[in-house]
Design a protein around this ligand. Structure first.
Ligand code: ADP
Length: 397
């Protein structure tokens, strides 16, 4: 067990800054996921903790030691990678204990550690199997056991589940959480899969273009994303965005207006260009919005594509005249994704009215991308403003 501290860690290659001035302070026993799109610097950051890559600037501390210049073997870390490199001609026992044998551990101690590790990853009774007699998940567990027997201070895992099929990946997530509980060891886990990070981590460090965007518990990243990047990256399907500007009384978009409560008005500047964000589950058909304490006024929409998922239906809505420009997510200006109950009777190409949960509306500064606020708590505004939210599209819910 150990704390891990990265201070001003930077890695420059000739024409690219892979990691740009990152500070991370990991608690003893914490499970941290480094998450972000491909090429954002996750692996390079982890390699600098492991000692496989030398930082251009900055320091790495593990426990109370400055390990910045130490070789990997002296850092007290053990690694598990995406590509499970087991020795095909060795049985499970030898694969797990290979590192201990190299370091001349005696037979008794080796047996003790292999037994304990294989117990933790549930490989009892399989120690004399050969790798080609095992499934992908079992082989990955051998790789994890091989890391466990080292009894490291810190586990480093780089996309260890990426090569497994979807069902096994979900199962292994649970196993890794159990492993973490049992070993109580600091784990740094690299993944591009935000769902993996959300389900396993104590805290998520979100990276983009080599820079740390936010480090917080998963639900904080989900509910209070620090900027547009995090808002768009965390959550699947991703948040809806709509550009607009701040007027004296609220937010004006091409498709609808929202009044602000007085406190919100004070936190934004008139004329400021903003991006409004709302998650699909926070958009409601008018008929089911009754329980919402603070719905917005009605917004007219046409239903476009429906995606039944079994436990919910994703409904793509077209606002305004129904002419939407699509972006990479299949959503563009004038398009809103809504998640509804599977028993909803919504059909394609019908005209409906929807409302947004005001407490779940996010506002971001359009130019910096930084969050301005999460949730508009109340629409109890001065008398002359009430009714403006309606815009052209409807009355009170
Ligand atoms: P991730 O793990 O998030 O996919 P990486 O840390 O592997 O990202 O890479 C971050 C950036 O650094 C990428 O642009 C990648 O091309 C670059 N990079 C990584 N390793 C090298 C290297 N050895 N030489 C040059 N550029 C590299």
């Amino acid at each position: 067990m150990a704390q891990v501290k990265l201070e001003h860690i930077t890695k420059r290659y000739e024409d690219v800054t892979a990691v740009d001035d990152i500070n991370l302070d990991l608690q003893d026993g914490e499970f941290i996921c480094l998450v972000g799109p491909s090429g954002c610097g996750k692996s390079t950051t982890m390699e600098m903790v492991a000692g496989l890559t030398k930082p251009s600037e900055g320091t790495v501390h593990i426990g109370d030691r400055d390990v910045t210049t130490l070789p990997p073997k002296d850092r007290g870390v053990a690694m598990v990678f995406q590509n499970i490199a087991l020795f095909p001609h060795m049985d499970v026992y030898d694969n797990i204990s290979f590192g201990l044998q190299l370091r001349d551990y005696d037979k008794e101690e080796t047996d003790r550690r292999v037994e304990k590790a294989s117990d933790i990853v549930q490989l009892e009774g399989m120690l004399d199997r050969m790798p080609d007699e095992m499934s992908g998940g079992q082989r990955q567990r051998v790789a994890i056991a091989r890391a466990i027997v080292r009894e490291p201070d810190v586990f480093l895992m780089d996309e260890p589940l990426a090569n497994l099929d979807a069902k096994l990946r979900v199962h292994m997530r649970t196993e890794l959480q159990r492993l973490h509980k049992e070993l109580d060891t600091t784990i740094i886990y690299v993944t591009h899969d935000q769902a993996e990070a959300m389900t396993m981590a104590d805290r998520i460090a979100v990276l983009d273009a080599g820079e740390l965007q936010q480090i917080d518990p998963p639900l904080t990243c989900y509910n209070e994303p620090s900027n547009l990047f995090v808002a768009g990256f965390i959550g699947s399907p991703s948040m809806n965005f709509m550009s607009g500007s701040i007027t004296e009384s609220g937010l004006e978009t091409e498709y609808f207006d929202l009044d602000f409560d007085p406190a919100t008005v004070d936190s934004v500047a008139t004329g400021q260009n903003v991006t409004m964000g709302i998650r699909p589950e926070d958009v409601y058909p008018v008929e089911t919005a009754g329980a919402l304490p603070e719905p917005t006024k009605r917004i007219g929409a046409t239903t476009d594509v429906l995606e039944p998922m079994g436990d919910e239906i994703f409904v793509y809505l077209l606002l305004g005249d129904g002419e939407a420009s699509m972006d990479m997510e299949g959503r563009g200006a004038g398009q809103l994704l809504m998640s509804v109950d599977p028993d909803s009777d919504i059909r394609g190409e019908e005209t409906i009215e929807v409302v947004l949960d005001r407490s779940k509306i996010h506002l971001f500064d359009s130019s910096s991308g930084e969050a301005i606020l999460h949730g508009m708590p109340s629409r109890q505004v001065a008398g002359e403003r009430t009714g403006r939210e309606t815009g052209e599209t409807g009355g009170d819910v």
